[in-house]
Design a binder for this molecule. Structure first.
Ligand code: ATP
Length: 625
């Protein structure tokens, strides 16, 4: 029998397969089952158009059988089969229109992960087997042919006999090597789990003979083994069912079965889109944060199916980072099974799907916020931070999409509020949306900087998350209202307060200049406060960087010691100020002591560390004695 040569392209691919060190070799089974399913589809469609043909669903199935001793794995189908010519054409020539050819030789040599990047169809069988034998009888033919190959050296074709129409692929599974275990592909239970994982939703039954054990009749402890044929796949994908056919439990089960999370999702989104793009998707909004969510290990993405066949476990391109918590799957008939990861990024269909999904998720979240506030707040506790990251990532490109999903604690309402709710309560003369940053609600409650605003009855949003201020800075304004920190130099309040009347008289200004000199570059200036009521001092900032941001930046690993420009504000109506004034008029030592004490108090209130605790404590003693 003459050995025929493969086409050059096919030979290259085969070489790669035979010598592959790819770690997910199990996908060969997905590829073969997918081909078998396609072959049954073809008969099915023929039957739809040809009255002479009857499609009897029970006659159509895929079967996976193992002969452990002989190291053989057989995948057979009752599909359309192949003629001799088709065997030559389909298996001797690489069918891919260029996905493979488009990679340059050099890239392939450098270990380009072709298998991971491309579904590779039939040839993937050579990753796990030494010899592949395909026996096929085409629909309408009495003859059958056997195609056989040991890999890149070529293949043979001869006629043979086969009882039924269809194709049988027998793989001679490789022997184990020091690094690779091939025996697993001869274990029924391993095969079953591979089928469940990748081909669960193939429309036709995938049958396997599984060894089971049962109690021997008449005994109480003796077991005997027997074989039983089982359909391994569930066949109908839940996403292809209509929404009214499904219960909440169905969705919850699907979530659990797919290992999307251990919690119960807060909401599912079942999409069935048709039109310019057609796809189906089931997405979940989880309730609890996965333990690794805010670590590098966490991988975002959705399962991607092409017409019921899983092509990618985590397709990251389907989700923007700020929705990285979303779990689920997408199935589209418009996507090729063999699309590469690289090509996916540029795939127009996929981009459209991703855009569509993004809008749907946003709308569902808005709906949750509007109609199930409690649930939304629960969700926000876990993932609000991610939404806020989304605000400032990509240079704020997504801020419009995300701004209405934000929640902050309100000084007035004593609960989480949206920016829109804040706006609805603003009075006409209120210029800005005010916020205060701090470690916790309790701490912010006590911040002296909030006194004036509270007095005026203005609502303050509390920023307790370290991303808050950064993301709000990116947002800049909400519906044309700018944000303003309670610590910022200008609060935009026309001061009709009497307490500032003598604040700027010359003697005070001289005193402040002197205090500034004593504090040197610790502060940018010392001045009379317009915002303090009961507290003697506070720190505010002059410039873009707030004190809160300074704290966050200095806690980062690559701390560059960036400092906010601090202003020490003094309450000129406070009893302490009189003492300070008196000290300033002659007792320089006392002025130094008071200035230091006040400055350190302001640091403590702000949650900043006192620079020299020993000196601070000595100063208190000095004051007492
Ligand atoms: N079990 C089968 N029954 C009938 N024809 C088959 C079978 N397996 C493979 N073929 C034929 O061989 C061709 C090549 O298969 P291969 O898996 O390499 O690529 P493909 O299936 O065309 O591509 P894709 O995997 O992207 O669908 C198929 O298109 C099909 O015509």
């Amino acid at each position: 029998m003459t050995v025929k040569q493969f086409q050059a392209e096919s030979k290259r691919l085969l070489d790669l397969m035979v010598n592959s060190i790819y770690t997910h070799k199990e996908i060969f089974l997905r590829e073969l089952i997918s081909n078998a399913s396609d072959a049954i589809d073809k008969i099915y469609y023929k039957a739809l158009t040809d009255e002479a043909l009857n499609f009897n669903k029970e006659d159509y199935f895929i079967k996976v059988e193992v002969d452990k001793l002989a190291r053989l794995l057989k995948i057979s189908d009752t599909g359309i089969g192949m003629t001799r010519e088709e065997l030559e054409e389909n298996l001797g020539v690489i069918a891919k229109s260029g996905s493979f050819a488009f990679k340059k030789e050099t890239e392939l040599k450098e270990g380009f992960d072709i298998i991971g990047q491309f579904g590779v169809g039939f040839y993937s069988a050579f990753m796990v087997s030494d010899v592949v034998t395909v026996t096929s009888r085409a629909l309408g033919s009495d003859e059958a042919y056997k195609w056989e190959s040991k890999g890149a050296d070529g293949y043979t074709i001869e006629s043979c006999s086969k009882e039924n129409v269809g194709t049988e692929i027998v793989l001679k599974i490789k022997e184990n090597t020091a690094d690779e275990n091939y025996d697993e592909f001869l274990e029924e239970y391993r095969l079953k789990s591979i089928i469940k994982k990748y081909s669960d939703f193939i429309r036709y039954p995938i049958k396997m003979e599984l060894i089971k054990s049962k109690l021997k009749e008449g005994t109480e402890q003796e077991y005997e083994q027997y074989k039983e044929e089982e359909i391994v796949n569930s066949m109908v994908p839940i996403w292809k069912k209509s929404k009214n056919e499904l219960t909440q439990e169905d969705y919850d089960n699907f979530y659990a079965e797919k290992h999307f999370g251990f919690d119960k999702p807060i909401k599912h989104i079942h999409i069935s889109a048709e039109g310019t793009i057609s796809y189906k998707a089931i997405l979940f909004i989880p309730e609890k944060m996965p333990f690794d969510f805010y670590t590098k290990e966490y991988e975002k993405g959705l399962e991607l199916y092409s017409n019921g066949v899983l092509i990618m476990h985590k397709c990251a391109d389907l989700l923007p980072d700020y929705f990285s918590f979303i779990k689920g799957m997408v199935d589209s008939e418009d996507l090729s099974l063999n699309i590469s990861r690289e090509m996916l990024q540029h795939d127009r269909q996929l981009k459209l799907i991703a855009k569509n999904i993004k809008t749907k998720i946003k709308n569902e979240l808005l709906d949750l916020l509007k109609n199930s506030r409690e649930k939304y707040e629960e969700f926000y506790k876990s993932f609000g931070r991610q939404l806020k990251y989304g605000l400032y990532s990509d240079y704020g490109a997504n801020k419009k999409d995300l701004q209405d999903l934000l929640l902050f604690y309100s000084s007035k309402e004593k609960k989480m509020v949206t920016l829109d709710e804040y706006l609805s309560r603003m009075t006409e003369e209120q210029k800005y949306i005010y916020y205060a940053s701090g470690e916790s609600i309790e701490r912010i409650d006590k911040l002296p900087q909030t006194e004036l605003l509270n007095d005026k009855g203005y609502e303050i949003l509390y920023f307790t998350d370290d991303v808050d201020e950064f993301s709000i800075r990116m947002l800049g304004a909400y519906k044309e209202k700018e944000f303003r920190s309670v610590s910022s130099g200008d609060l935009g309040i026309e001061s009709e307060e009497a307490n500032t009347s003598d604040a700027d008289d010359q003697s005070n200004l001289d005193l402040f200049t002197e205090m500034k000199e004593l504090l040197a570059d610790k502060v940018k200036s010392v001045k009379a406060s317009k915002r303090l009521k009961n507290h003697p001092v506070c720190l505010t900032n002059d410039g873009d960087l707030s004190i809160e941001m300074e704290k966050i930046l200095s806690a980062m690993p690559n701390n560059q010691n960036i400092k906010a420009d601090k202003v020490l504000e003094i309450n000129v109506n406070h009893a302490v100020f009189q003492q300070l004034k008196e000290a300033g008029q002659g007792d320089k030592e006392k002025l130094k002591l008071y200035t230091n004490l006040l400055y350190n108090q302001a640091l403590l209130i702000e949650g900043l560390a006192v620079e020299d605790p020993v000196e601070f404590s000595n100063n208190i003693c000095k004051l007492m004695s």
